[in-house]
Design a protein around this ligand. Structure first.
Ligand code: FPP
Length: 239
């Protein structure tokens, strides 16, 4: 059985350790990390993946030293401007999930503009998680459902998994089939907790700045060999 994953999510971890090993600043590690995004995105296009989600900045990351946060925000802004060309060439649509109102105004502006410019592209959906936390996303959904129930827009006995999913940032996306985490850490770190319920997990010891196209293809191949049962006895289609 070799079924292509529709949606791959990636936790890009290890930029800091990659830099430390080389006596460089953490920001240098993040710069190297950003450079990897384009290579992996192109590989995903080639592999006909529908959605590629990167965990770029978590809500918890706001607690990092302000110089690192500022550096990351600058890199992000640059990324959003510079990649417009690539999005156009490769017919990629860029979207973002997370609490974007917490991002600096100038970053919000470039994010909105890049989303707007690429909104009619029909190829890969490149989803960047920014200022994102999964528990917070779930609480936000619960609040919105409660409000809608109060306004009689939702009947309480009609709340089910399908309806709940519609209140998440990922409402229009299929659940990830495959989650990749680099740097040898074996955890989910508050990422897509609801959406990853039945995802296949793939961990590699490589730091994100060392993660190349060949590593990505290896992860996709590994996924294709897995037997997904979704709690049943044989493979079943997701979404
Ligand atoms: C993990 O490395 C990396 C992050 C905090 C997020 C990844 C960010 C980038 C690749 C750059 C920003 C992305 C965009 C799209 C602008 P770490 O710092 O946690 O590494 P460590 O665990 O070795 O310290």
């Amino acid at each position: 059985m070799s079924k292509n994953p529709r949606h791959i999510a990636i936790i890009m971890d290890g930029n800091g350790r990659w830099a430390k090993k080389r006596g460089l600043s953490r920001i240098e590690g993040h710069k190297k990390g950003i450079a990897r995004i384009e290579e992996i995105t192109k590989a995903a296009v080639e592999q006909k993946i529908e959605v590629l989600t990167f965990y770029a900045f978590s809500l918890e990351n706001w607690r990092r030293p302000s110089l690192e946060v500022q550096g990351l925000m600058l890199l992000l802004k640059k990324f959003l401007i510079e990649k417009r060309e690539l999005l156009k060439e490769e017919d990629i649509r860029l979207i973002s999930i997370g609490e974007r109102e917490k991002l600096p105004k100038s970053v919000q502006k470039e994010l909105n503009k890049t989303e707007e410019l690429s909104k009619n592209n029909k190829g890969l959906i490149l989803n960047i998680s920014l200022s994102y936390g999964s528990r917070q996303e779930i609480i936000r959904a619960v609040r919105k459902i409660a409000e809608d129930a109060q306004r009689k827009k939702v009947k309480i006995n009609k709340i089910n998994e399908r309806l709940f999913s519609k209140y998440l940032y990922t409402k229009n996306l299929p659940d990830p089939d495959l989650l990749i985490r680099t740097s040898g850490e074996l955890r989910i770190s508050n990422f897509l907790l609801w959406q990853l319920s039945y995802s296949e997990l793939y961990f590699t010891p490589k730091f994100w700045p060392d993660f190349q196209k060949s590593d990505f293809l290896e992860a996709v191949d590994d996924f294709k060999k897995r037997n997904r049962r979704f709690g049943g006895l044989s493979a079943k289609k997701n979404n």
